[in-house]
Design a protein around this ligand. Structure first.
Ligand code: PLP
Length: 388
């Protein structure tokens, strides 16, 4: 494609492959090169080619940022070295004395950053069940500047009504930010529903191959972009060009991967739901999910993420210790299937009472269904469940 900056009206597959990219101007290389450089030579004093120093500008990073911005139907992407670096920079939009309403089901690292680091700097937080609009509304204060939610949440798959949350935010002069890591822009585009900022741990579905760590924020507003671009350079949590290149190569197949994750997730969730040894299956694509209608309204697919209740730590352990194709590991969203035990792994830092209040019991198991053949994944789960 001659000019990947003009993708208006194109489908998400075409956008995934072409957005933000053009043949390299010096050689015509179809793939954006990895500009592995820290500085740029200036032809003469006072004149440069748009690039001075690589924390501030890097052509590989820029192509990747434009690509994800288009995928999220935003105007600007701002990339970071990790999802948490993106979140950390986002809260630097705020000042001491400001108040944030944050979904209680957010990623554990986000909760740790907000409650143990940012709160010390004089920013006030209220953690609420963002699945309940009443709870969000009740938490609003005169100094509320940001509402931050994750939907679906990890690992309970609870949804937040993005359009309604945006309305509450805008009614009080706050921004709505949505961590869209779990859904991916293929399945859900919060900016189209009124959110002001979308952020990703690109480590997960965006990159999808479990071989880098990264984060990215996407916005529509030029003003927010200017402020975030300033902060990206001022605070400096930028990704290296090689990681940007890996992620950009990966977004070229985002639509193909997500269709396969969605199909495998749906089929496996239905199979688990019907299995006698599984007490409960949490998956927004199941009709039994309490927010299935909302899921259908704001998502296009329901991903490969499933949580199940096994009933006890012993039963959960007997199951996860026996898988052969699924791998016991933290993280999610890669082409290979992973299985995890949130209470002892990703969510171990959350006090037990808080975990149980959210339904995150010692018997809960989380699956990240990859894109292997679904028959093989089901057979693996069946043999592992036979040990319970
Ligand atoms: C992993 C994750 C993060 C943090 O991203 P890192 O890239 O690990 O820093 C944030 N939000 C969600 C939903 C995640 O799964």
């Amino acid at each position: 494609m001659k000019d990947g900056n003009n993708t208006a009206g194109l489908g998400i597959g075409t956008i995934a492959i072409h957005a933000g990219q053009r043949p390299d101007p010096t050689t015509g290389a179809i793939m954006t090169p990895v500009y592995q450089t820290s500085t740029y030579v200036q032809p003469e004093l006072g004149r440069h080619l748009g690039y001075e120093y690589a924390r501030t500008h890097n052509p590989t990073r820029e192509a990747y940022e434009r690509n994800v911005a288009a995928l999220e139907s935003g105007a600007h992407g701002i990339a970071f070295a990790s999802g948490l670096a993106a979140t950390d920079t986002m809260v630097k939009l705020l000042s001491a004395g400001d108040h944030v309403i944050c979904g209680e089901g957010v990623y554990g690292g986000t909760y740790r950053l907000f409650s143990q680091v940012v709160a010390r700097l004089g920013i006030e937080f209220s953690f609420v069940d963002s699945g309940s609009l009443d709870e969000i509304r009740a938490a609003v204060k005169p100094n509320t500047r940001l509402i931050h939610v994750e939907t679906p949440t990890n690992p309970m798959m609870r949804l937040t009504d993005i359009a309604a949350a945006a309305e509450v935010a805008h009614g009080t002069g706050a921004w709505l930010s949505v961590d869209n890591t779990f859904a991916s822009p293929y399945n859900q585009r919060p900016l189209e529903l009124g959110a002001d900022l979308v952020l990703h741990s690109a480590t997960k579905y965006i990159n999808g191959h479990s071989d880098m760590v990264g984060g990215i924020i996407v916005v529509r507003s030029d003003e927010l972009h200017e402020r975030l671009r300033f902060l990206q350079n001022a605070a400096g949590g930028v990704p290296g060009p090689w990681d940007c290149w890996l992620a950009m190569r990966s977004t070229k197949t985002l639509h193909l991967r997500m269709r396969a994750h969605n199909a495998n997730g749906q089929q496996i969730a239905e199979w688990l739901h019907a299995h006698a040894k599984v007490q409960n299956t949490y998956y927004p694509g199941l009709k039994t999910h309490p927010q299935h209608d909302l899921a259908k309204a704001q998502m296009r697919g329901f991903t490969g993420m499933i949580s199940i209740e096994m009933g006890s730590l012993e039963r959960a352990a007997a199951f996860v210790n026996q898988v052969r194709i699924f791998a016991l590991a933290e993280s999610l969203g890669g082409v290979e299937s992973l299985i995890g035990h949130p209470a002892m792994m990703t969510h171990a830092s959350i006090p037990r009472e808080r975990r149980y209040a959210m339904g995150l019991t010692d018997g809960l198991v989380r699956l990240s269904c990859g894109v292997e053949d679904v028959e093989d994944l089901v057979a693996d789960l069946e043999q592992a469940l036979s040990h319970v």
